[in-house]
Design a protein around this ligand. Sequence first.
Ligand code: FAD
Ligand code: DHB
Length: 392
Amino acid sequence: MRSTQVAIIGAGPSGLLLSQLLSRHGIDSVVLECQSEDHVQSRIRAGLLEWTTVELAQEAGVGARMMREGLVHDGLDLAFANGRHRIDLKGLTGKSVLVYGQNELQRDLIEARSDEPGAVLWQVSDVAVHDVHTPAPRVGYRHEGRCHELRCDFVAGCDGYHGVSRAGLPQGSLAQYERTYPFGWLGLLADVPPLNPELVYASHARGFALCSMRSSRRSRYYLQCSLEDRVEQWSDGRFWDELRARLPEQHAARLVTGPSLEKSVVPLRSLVTEPMRFGQLFLVGDAAHIVPPTGAKGLNLAAADVRVLSRGLIEFYRSGSATLLAEYSARALGRVWKATRFSWWFTALLHRFSADPFAERLQAAELEYLARSAAASRSLAENYVGLAFDET
Ligand code: FAD
Ligand code: DHB
């Protein structure tokens, strides 16, 4: 039987970042991950970091490559009515965001954690959490063909939307607030130069489109698609034609196309679980909440949870005080609900719902208002770059 101070389920960005931050304060943790290291490292997901996320990565000692290779963005483009309007993030808020792929952050975290052999166990199965309402919880798991048990003081459920931490809680012990959206996103990654130096969020009668990037040579594009759509129905040619059709002419004319490296479809969903603490078990990141990707809040919210939880655990092991830990759920949820509201609003503003001329006129009016009103633009900008922690 192995013991540790904090058992962490899941080696996504939240699990590894938490483990790395704790390690820098002399707190021992073991991360249990059901997938292989290669699989986790190669998953293509989010690409935009708020500055508070960048600072947390630096605090964890994994910021060096990010600062060298990440692209600082001071603004974004809203494209609508065959025109474009730039939102000056830096001018409106004093803050920028960083383009740096989630898989790159994963790579940096895996490398940092590999300094401590055995700190991450890959390809475990049958993970089950026990006794979270006692001071000595246990986590059972199977690894390399044998069953094991991990004793710990705390369990961090960092195992994403499909994980066991939330699913294993008794019915009735938690409340879940959910919205589903009647469309998905089709993503495409290609080694072509980005359309524009900054991201372009396009609202069009054919549906939403997003032009993002991973570097000056690698682009990431998304199209609003039907929930029934399968990747096989979207040849590269069809994707590029559809993207061109949804962009203002001046952007469409500049689009450089090429063979896709990856294509995937994701459904859009909002979900918030309350509370985020059950005895000695803390839910973190996607295990507790999901937002639709518009505005790139998912990864940033996961990092914000880690920030709050790591501060609580560090205080507990340094001074014995459980005050910050007691506040974890309320503090994290304050930020979660604000990001949930913003992601919902930004999604509703830019996507085409079922044919509803009234709703479409309202969307057009709101986009025009955003383009003319510094107050409305500032509201978008301050949510997009990430609210300051004392505002949440
Ligand atoms: P995850 O990254 O989901 O990590 C959870 C980890 O737990 C995984 O490694 C998983 O394998 C592991 N796990 C699960 N179950 C178990 C178990 N039973 N035992 C052990 N380990 C387990 N956000 C954006 O902001 N923009 C985007 O464009 C964007 N695109 C996305 C595309 C996809 C396909 C997905 C799924 C998410 C996307 N997100 C995006 C959301 C963002 O990637 C997540 O918010 C972020 O990954 C959350 O990190 P996490 O560590 O909390 O969870
Ligand atoms: C990306 C995804 C987003 O949802 C977003 O709002 C911005 C960027 C991306 O994957 O690059």
